[in-house]
Write a protein that binds this ligand. Structure first.
Ligand code: FAD
Length: 406
């Protein structure tokens, strides 16, 4: 521990998901002591996959865990969209050598637990990070000057600043922004199946989206191709509440009767499903106040259609670390947190809002029917890889060294 860290109050980080762990690591790497509070009794992630764009790998490199994540990831060959009604190919974007050269990093898929474990291990090993489990932040007493929070079991903690990485239902956001989540009515079922159960003609080394009216299915390999991640989404008939429950095979089957048997047979594979009723929020222009800010889904929850929520959380963390460093008093003094959070926020608000809004549009394209579906199926016909890359530059071309520019 450095001399500075022994006198500087820690930053309090609420939430130990991908965003919270990345945040703790980014701040510690900039010399900032951190105390992280995770409400669950154990640290971990759900059993499901995650797509990681080159922007995520750029952030992971900057956090010093790129190599660990790459080791467990599957590097895919393409990104594919198929029409789930007639099984025609709608788009196929190669993500091999030319893609890596263009964006400086690969496109890959990872088990969530592998990504999270790499971040957690690096954070937990860092001498400036202390992790509390079974510690739910229940109240925020002060956000000006030193911050103070209370956990559900009545303990009180003070720090120099507070970062809410506490997900879609963030209590820190309740205090800083006070808006309500927008329950989408789109329900996601997720499962992981062994490769032996996956039909041979569906074992593509790619994230494949089967786009159908008001629904879609996604599959991609995990862990060296030993497993396949399955994600299926539909527009619910019911009034939904945000949350996660056990899924029902009958329910999921009832939403996919109108698509072709080839993608539909994927629904018979899982032995059990988990069901997510999803939500996002309308983007806001500010998410910081005084010595408190937000990061990841707490700041900009989004639906999953561009596979970017965790990627954005990783970018946020790197940017927050760099902003803290830029606002540290000369000679290694304390950080001016309100200034650092303004700097961080102004670098992140428009970019993440663009992703949230683009995701909504992309979801509409995925789920289109009638003439909209026909239009969608012609949108990218004959498009070269370079033109796809140009269109994706704003998203995948993010670089840590330019992260404070906006
Ligand atoms: C179906 C689906 C597929 C997705 N696929 C992708 C993908 O392919 N690629 C991608 O980049 N993103 C994807 N995402 C998005 C990604 O999962 C999220 O954006 C990401 O996990 C957000 O991380 P987070 O740490 O901000 O929030 P969370 O993962 O929600 O973590 C919040 C943490 O805070 C804890 N917590 C909550 N409240 C408190 C409290 N009061 N006190 C203490 N702890 C608290 C929680 O227990 C949790 O550990 C997908 C999302 C869904 C739903």
């Amino acid at each position: 521990m450095t001399a500075r860290s022994t006198i500087e109050a820690p930053v309090l980080v609420a939430g130990g998901g991908i965003g919270g762990m990345a945040c703790a690591l980014a701040l510690a790497r900039e010399g900032q002591p951190v105390e992280l509070f995770e409400q669950s009794a154990t640290i971990g992630e759900i059993g499901a996959g995650l797509q990681l764009g080159p922007n995520a790998f750029a952030a992971l490199e900057a956090l010093g865990v790129g190599e660990q994540v790459r080791r467990a990831a599957v590097f895919t060959e393409r990104m594919v969209m198929m029409d789930a009604v007639d099984c025609s190919e709608v788009a196929s974007i190669p993500v091999g050598t030319a893609f890596r050269e263009r964006f400086g990093n690969p496109y890959a898929v990872s088990h969530r637990a592998d990504l999270h474990a790499a971040l957690h291990a690096a954070a937990a090993e860092h001498p400036l990070v202390r992790v509390h489990v079974g510690a739910r932040i229940a109240a925020i007493d002060r956000i000006d000057g030193p911050v103070a929070v209370r956990t559900a079991d009545g303990r009180r903690f003070e720090g120099s600043a507070l970062v809410g990485c506490d997900g879609v239902k963030s209590v820190v956001r309740d205090r800083l922004v006070g808006d309500a989540p927008r329950v989408s009515g789109h329900v996601v079922y997720r499962a992981v199946v062994p490769v032996a159960d996956m039909p041979a003609d569906m074992r593509w080394n790619a994230p494949v989206v089967w786009a159908g009216p008001d629904c879609h299915l996604v599959h991609y390999p995990l862990r060296g191709g030993e497993q396949y991640n399955l994600v299926v989404t539909f527009h619910s008939r019911d009034e939904e509440q945000w949350g996660v429950t056990d899924g029902s095979q009958d329910e999921v089957l009832s939403y996919f009767r109108h698509i072709d048997a080839r993608p539909r047979r994927l629904l018979d594979l899982p032995r059990s499903w988990r069901r997510w009723s999803t939500a996002d929020r309308d983007p806001v222009t500010r998410w910081s106040e005084g010595c408190a800010t937000l990061l990841g889904d707490a700041a900009h929850p989004m639906m999953q259609y561009l596979a970017q929520g965790a990627c954005m959380a990783l970018e946020d963390a790197v940017t927050l670390g760099r902003a803290a460093s830029a606002c540290r008093a000369e000679g290694g003094g304390v950080v001016d947190w309100p200034a650092a959070f303004r700097r961080y926020e102004s670098a992140r608000v428009a970019r993440t809002a663009r992703v949230v809004l683009s995701v909504r549009e992309f979801g509409r394209l995925c789920h289109s029917s009638g003439v909209e579906r026909l239009v969608r199926n012609t949108l990218w016909a004959g498009r070269s890889a370079e033109r796809f890359y140009d269109a994706l530059e704003w998203l995948y071309g993010w670089r840590p060294e330019r992260c404070l520019a906006h």
